[in-house]
Design a protein around this ligand. Structure first.
Ligand SMILES: [Zn+2]
Length: 403
């Protein structure tokens, strides 16, 4: 048993309890949290202005692209997509052991205990099976050519089977449907059915760009040119609202949703799905900013994630939520800060089906600690100060073990 004592403990429980001079006792799970608790053989006071809170969860990344630094074209979604297709193989080949290790190390330093990895090839599996962080491994399906459906499905199935063999308390399996414009409906159906039978969480990119909106609504615009370049006679294969409906009775998170309309948000709410917001990625691809107020008005939970290094300069999750705090200029920073911390703890744990994200008895002891540069007199401002002043954590515990 370990006992940590900190000047501030942010529990992220239902009542959003903050303890001043608080204590937390844990082994693999959290045993007790409060003040003046029983003695333990191992007790650590974390020092002046120390903070203890749940470790963070980066719910959506593409580690396969971690070797990208300056290869890809930013500033326009379609140009970026062309550059991804052009550089894909080269980027994949140049990301091997050291590259994965570095990417995971960066997340770890920023207090991430678990991440949602979108894998389109399965090549990352051998590096991730020994990941120090918890992994939710989303096998991605992508492809629209009818003639290739069988081959793509067999490949996907083999990847799912391979990943299922690795399941343990730190490795979970999920399924990703790349997007409504890039997956044949037959493949969609089959992949979602696997998720239903095996009770696996799902993720899907949805309404990331204006081009996607125009293509799916009218079969026009930049995507038309894009598809004509790669395939003959391309037509949108599914209506956006039908796409969302396919995920009924599953645990799904839709990624981006910048151009989702009211009907679609209503549907997302109806099927109890959540939304992942990647503000830096959206900014770099210049697709606009998700209206968080609107998402909240539909009482949809949102999560913030970094996305891959294919559309970000960093996998540091504190930097990402700080960017969100500064970008959403119409929202009050004090309240937005609380929502942003929820988006990378409780909301993310719920969406990825993890038993962490808050400091409560019986939850996994996934805990971080760090120090603020000074005292915080008004505890209402603690979340904001945390987001402003934290880049790296001092301690990270995963299932109670310091990592
Ligand atoms: Zn993504």
């Amino acid at each position: 048993m370990t006992k940590l004592k900190a000047d501030y403990i942010l529990t992220m429980d239902k009542n959003y309890t903050i303890l001043k001079n608080g204590e937390i006792i844990f082994d693999e799970k959290i045993v007790e949290i409060g003040k003046n608790l029983k003695e333990c053989e191992r007790e650590i006071y974390l020092g002046e202005n120390s903070v203890v809170m749940p470790a963070l969860i980066n719910s959506h990344i593409h580690l396969e692209f971690s070797s990208n630094k300056t290869h890809l074209e930013y500033g326009d979604f379609i140009n970026w997509l062309h550059s991804v297709i052009e550089n894909r193989e080269e980027l994949f080949i140049s990301c091997k052991g050291e590259c994965f290790k570095k990417a995971i190390e960066e997340m770890k330093k920023s207090g991430v205990c678990a991440f949602g990895e979108i894998s389109s090839t399965g090549n990352d599996l051998r590096y991730l099976k020994h990941s120090p962080l918890k992994v939710v491994y989303f096998n991605e399906i992508i492809g629209t050519t009818p003639a290739a459906v069988d081959m793509l499905y067999q490949d996907f199935l083999a990847r799912v089977e391979e990943s299922l063999k690795l399941q343990n308390d730190k490795f979970k399996v999920g399924i990703s449907i790349h997007s409504p414009y890039s997956v044949h409906p037959i493949l969609m159906e089959k992949a979602i059915n696997i998720a239903k039978t095996k009770n696996l969480p799902l993720q899907a990119h949805f309404m990331e760009s204006k081009a996607e909106r125009r293509w799916l609504d009218k079969g026009e615009g930049e995507f038309k040119l894009f598809f004509e370049k790669h395939f003959k006679n391309a037509k949108p294969l599914i209506k956006p609202i039908e796409f969302i409906e396919k995920f009924k009775d599953t645990k799904t998170t839709f990624v981006h949703c910048v151009y989702a309309n009211d009907k679609e948000l209503q549907k997302i709410k109806e099927i109890n799905a959540s939304i992942i917001h990647c503000p830096v990625s959206n900014r770099l691809l210049n697709v606009g900013l998700l209206d968080l107020e609107r998402v909240k008005n539909y009482t949809i939970d949102y999560l913030v994630a970094t996305d891959g290094l294919s559309s970000n300069y960093s996998l540091n999750l504190f930097k990402e939520i700080r960017a969100a705090l500064l970008m959403h200029v119409n929202l009050h920073p004090k309240y937005l800060a609380i929502d942003l911390l929820k988006s990378v703890t409780t909301n993310a744990a719920k969406a990825l089906d993890l038993n962490n994200g808050s400091l409560e008895e019986g939850k996994d002891a996934d805990i971080i600690s760090f120090k603020l540069p000074g005292k915080v007199k008004n505890l209402d401002l603690l979340p904001l100060q945390i987001i402003l002043h934290t880049n790296e954590v001092q301690k990270l515990f995963i299932n109670g073990k310091e990592t």
